[in-house]
Write a new protein. Structure first.
Length: 194
């Protein structure tokens, strides 16, 4: 019987190469060893889908690590969340809280660790800035000003204070996004540029 790899968007089938359980060999290698840059699992972990593709996907519930998008009747992404197993329960809580969504899209990431899942959720929140998200979850890339410490590395880049960071963000000199009442800075790019 012909198998298809269960990683989203992976087109590998068992007649094309080796399978380990439900995964093609390249995706399995990436999931278990973080090697395999030619696998769909790698491509999924290092890219963000555009808004049009997210809104166009259909809802398929799963019990696996996933990022979900609540979409308004006007086709606006109004909330982004993540769930490690039962996203349906989380979505029902959002419905009871009054978020006026019409449709749901779920992107599955069965190969992700909890940290990778939170990073993906944070990246989508930063990208789309949904009006019902009030914060970005703790992650390595997007840091609030209160999470950033002015380090010797930043001082080399002539950033001496949190106020200086805020001014740079507001003037567009560093990548930032405001979610709720909090300003977040792309900490990875800040360290690279300083």
């Amino acid at each position: 019987m012909l198998k298809k790899c269960i990683i989203d968007n992976c087109t590998n089938t068992s007649d094309q190469g080796k399978f380990i359980g439900e995964y093609c060999s390249p995706c399995h290698e990436y999931i278990t060893q973080k090697k395999g840059i030619y696998s769909q699992a790698y491509r999924n972990s290092n890219s963000l889908e555009p808004k049009e593709q997210i809104i166009g996907k259909s809802f398929h519930p799963c019990i696996c690590p996933s990022v979900y998008f609540l979409i308004s009747k006007d086709k606006e992404i109004i909330y982004v969340g993540s769930s490690w197993e039962k996203e349906q329960e989380r979505i029902q809580r959002h419905k009871r809280s009054g978020i006026p969504f019409e449709t749901i899209t779920i992107l599955k990431f069965p190969e992700f660790s909890p940290e990778e899942l939170l990073q993906k959720e944070a990246d989508y929140i930063a990208k789309f800035q949904p009006r019902y998200n009030k914060s970005i979850p703790k992650n390595e890339r997007w840091k609030s000003l209160s999470d950033i410490r002015v380090t010797p590395e930043l001082k080399k880049g002539i950033i001496y204070s949190i106020a200086g960071l805020k001014n740079m963000a507001e003037s567009g000199k560093i990548e930032s996004v405001k979610i709720g009442n909090t300003l977040y800075i792309n900490h990875e790019k800040l360290l690279k540029e300083s």
